[in-house]
Design a protein around this ligand. Structure first.
Ligand code: SF4
Length: 245
């Protein structure tokens, strides 16, 4: 009688242990980004700053583009002091494209970094004349090819002059306050803009930036925020708070 072959036992494949991930959002972060909390912040901004508008004086997209380039590392008040004379001397991109750097530097000296700013506005004028028929282009992709105009400047011009929301303006105020309010965690303006584009409804992108910029100037100061006067205080859990209700 032939021996009965013993059944071959296959090893039982072990189930892989469940992976732990650090990508799971922290409970506090989920709470910070809850739709009703975002809506409450937007409502608070609407109540505090109902008629926001760009603080840079301008009469055309071209003037706004130049003023925004000049506003780097400078206050809007200071820019508004120099632009009337600048645009009187060089009213169009064509006129500015023909100006020498020395001619452009003179009226913008008090805005700081005037050598670089003169190069930027001269370069912007020449590019707009040569490649865009003397008109400020209306897309982000085109605007960011203009000397001196990175995403922030492009978003300002698109939002204010053309009512187009292709991105969110992230200046020093938006960067600081979006983080204080727990809306973002990014540590660069680029990351903060991408996060804001995810959490703020697109139809609020333009007003949101202007409102936050006003809030930064009037209430949420970088060094000493006036939290006792802030209508967002109950929604804010920033460690920078100077007052708690
Ligand atoms: S409570 Fe204070 S820190 Fe928070 S947004 Fe208001 S002013 Fe800024």
């Amino acid at each position: 009688m032939p021996a009965i072959a013993k059944p071959v036992r296959k090893p039982i494949a072990k189930k892989p242990a469940p992976k732990t991930t650090t990508k799971t959002p922290h409970r506090a972060q989920c709470a910070d980004l809850a739709p009703d909390r975002i809506a409450a912040i937007l409502q608070g901004l609407d109540e505090a700053y109902p008629n926001v508008k760009c603080a840079l004086n301008h009469n055309s997209p071209w003037e706004l583009l130049v003023a925004t380039i000049l506003s780097a590392q400078c206050t809007d008040v200071r820019v508004n002091m120099v632009t009337p004379d600048l645009f009187k001397r060089f009213p169009t991109p064509e006129a500015m494209a023909k100006a020498t750097l020395a001619e452009l530097e003179s009226p913008i000296k008090t805005t700081g970094f005037f050598h670089n700013k003169a190069k930027s506005i001269q370069g912007a004028a020449r590019k707009i004349v040569a490649e865009f028929g003397g008109q400020v282009p209306q897309t982000l992709a085109e605007l960011i090819t203009i000397p001196g105009a990175a995403r922030k400047t492009a978003n300002v011009v698109l939002g204010v002059s053309f009512k187009k929301a292709e991105g969110v303006v992230v200046d020093t105020h938006v960067f600081r306050i979006a983080r204080r309010l727990g809306l973002v965690k990014g540590d660069t303006p680029q990351k903060v803009e991408q996060e804001l584009m995810r959490v703020i409804p697109q139809d609020r992108w333009i007003d949101f930036s202007h409102q936050i910029i006003h809030h930064g100037r009037q209430v949420c100061d970088a060094r000493k925020p006036k939290c006792d006067r802030c209508n967002l205080e109950q929604l804010c859990r920033s460690k920078d708070k100077t007052w708690q209700s």
